[in-house]
Every structure is written in structure tokens, then in C-alpha cells.
Design a protein around this ligand. Structure first.
Ligand SMILES: [Mg+2]
Length: 298
């Protein structure tokens, strides 16, 4: 490699893309949306799926813990339902009025000279609404959401394209957990040594590594040159495993797997000032010399 190329490479900004989770990352947990969403999910399980009330808390915790989202878990154990209906039920009545325009974050994002993309497990209606309430709707190049990773509704887990014939089938919508069609995950974990393996979910979502890899491919993102912001430790850990640089948001306690930890997304500039220094210029320091500002044409 020519000296000039090496020099240019050394001057190239470390990152060229920022990948942001949305909920509880671009606005604080204290907004109360997450709590309300959890309540709506539990209500959906009782009202729409006919699951016994006394099992809801344990079941939803187990599903969330083992499948990334309760929705992914419900599909894995055998419930079937319309995804749009589910999303409108759990997000439709959220207190969106609690989300206020955030001009400070808007200004931070707009002055960042890097690609900025949203990566959320939520549906596109919710993502658009939340971003609009925050006044951030035009701050991102694109949104990777539930529909991006789950364009069709498959009833079985398979790579076989023939599965398309099951589209629209609505079997098992009202089965109780005791039904033979439904995998008893509570019973499974009640065993001292569970023998059966957990059923797989057809839903693609974080923290599955395959979901993150698919998102990277769709948005043509190089993980080595991308910072991934999320409030979930397990999403951050999965992001790290696929090669992303990671920022845990919502706490200043940095766990293993996170390169940075921010109490709030508003602290981004204090923690990562270099992200703003890549605006076609780079600070080059030579030992014993004063700082020289150099234009970079990378
Ligand atoms: Mg989140």
C-alpha cells in the first residue's frame, strides 16, 4: 500500500454509521410507554388468546426472556394471530402524549456527519409515531422495523419457500395453554432437568444474531465501522458478537459486551466527541508538535 493510502486510511473516521434502537433508547424509560406496552401485551394474551389470567405474568416473563419479545415467544409456543392486529392492540393505546419534542437530541443527531439508521423490534406505525412525537422523524436515513425483518407471516419455522402456502392460515388462535397444540413452557421450566428443547419462533427480532445480521445486510452496514445504541444488555451483547461497536443506553454502568454506557442518549457528545470531529476534517497530532487540522478525502 502506498504511503498516501496508508495515511488516508489512518485519517479515516473510525465509524461511518450509527444504528439506533428506538424505545427506551431515544427517549427515557421514565416516559412510561414500556410499562403500558407490557400491560397491553398481557391484556392481549387474556382477551385475544384466551390464556388464563393467573399464568400471564409467569408466561410473559418466560417468553420475553427466552425469545427476545413476548410476541416471538407466543408464536414459538404455538399461538397464531394477526401481527398487525397484535401491534395495534399493544401500541394503539400507548400514552404517546408523554413523548415530547426533543430539540436537543434533534440538534445532536442533525450535526452528526454519519449515516443514522433506526433498528427496532417494533412495528412501523409505532416507530413513525414515536419519532414524530419526539420531533426526530427526519433525522434518520431509514428504519429497520418488525415488518422489514418479517415481511411475510409464516406459521412454521423453515427456510423452505413452500411454506408460503400457509400464509393467512389462522389455526390455534384461541387455544388455551393446556391445549396439546401449545408448548407448555411453564411446565418445561418447572422440570428439574428439562429434556425437551424449546420450540423455535418464526419471528425474526433482536437479540437473535441472525436478525442483527439481516438488518446489517439490508442497510448495507459494515459492523466494524458502526456504533450500535440500545437499552437492552442482551441486544448489546448480541450486537457485539456480530462485530458491532456497542453503546448501552440508560445506565452509566458498562457491562461486558458494551464498549460505552450512557445514562442518557443526550450524553452522546460528552462520551463520543470524536463522532463530530469526522466532518471531512481530522485532528492530527504529531509528538511534540501543535495540532494540525487536515482535510480528509476518504
Ligand atoms: Mg429498547
Amino acid at each position: 500500500m502506498e504511503y498516501e493510502d496508508l495515511y488516508r486510511l489512518a485519517q479515516r473516521p473510525k465509524y461511518d454509521c450509527l444504528l439506533f434502537d428506538l424505545d427506551d433508547t431515544l427517549y427515557p424509560l421514565s416516559s412510561g410507554l414500556a410499562g403500558e406496552c407490557g400491560k397491553n401485551i398481557k391484556e392481549y394474551m387474556v382477551e385475544k388468546l384466551g390464556i388464563a389470567k393467573d399464568k400471564i405474568v409467569e408466561l410473559s416473563n418466560l417468553l420475553y426472556r427466552n425469545y427476545g419479545t413476548t410476541m416471538a415467544g407466543l408464536r414459538a409456543v404455538g399461538y397464531d394471530f394477526d401481527y398487525d392486529e397484535y401491534h395495534s392492540y399493544v401500541h394503539g393505546r400507548l400514552p404517546y402524549e408523554n413523548l415530547k419534542p426533543d430539540p436537543q437530541l434533534r440538534s445532536l443527531l442533525q450535526t452528526l456527519p454519519l449515516r443514522k439508521i433506526i433498528f427496532t423490534n417494533a412495528d412501523k406505525v409505532h416507530a413513525a409515531k414515536a419519532l414524530s412525537k419526539l420531533g426526530l422523524e427526519d433525522c434518520f436515513e431509514g428504519i429497520i422495523c418488525f415488518e422489514t425483518l418479517n415481511p411475510t407471516h409464516k406459521n412454521t419455522v423453515s427456510d423452505d419457500e413452500d411454506d408460503i402456502e400457509f400464509l393467512g392460515s389462522a389455526a390455534a388462535t384461541t387455544d388455551a395453554p393446556s391445549s396439546p397444540k401449545i408448548f407448555d413452557i411453564i411446565g418445561h421450566f418447572a422440570q428439574t432437568n428439562p429434556v425437551a428443547t424449546l420450540p423455535k419462533t418464526p419471528i425474526v427480532c433482536k437479540p437473535q444474531e441472525s436478525a442483527i445480521e439481516r438488518a446489517l445486510k439490508i442497510a448495507k452496514i459494515n459492523p466494524q465501522r458502526t456504533l450500535f445504541f440500545d437499552d437492552s444488555v442482551r441486544n448489546i451483547e448480541a450486537g457485539k458478537r456480530v462485530g458491532l461497536h456497542t453503546v448501552l443506553v440508560g445506565t452509566s454502568q458498562r457491562p461486558k459486551g458494551a464498549d460505552y454506557a450512557l445514562e442518557s442518549i443526550h450524553n452522546i457528545k460528552q462520551a463520543l466527541p470524536e463522532l463530530w470531529e469526522t466532518d471531512m476534517k481530522s485532528q492530527v497530532r504529531y509528538p511534540g508538535q501543535v495540532a494540525v487540522e487536515t482535510s480528509v478525502t476518504a
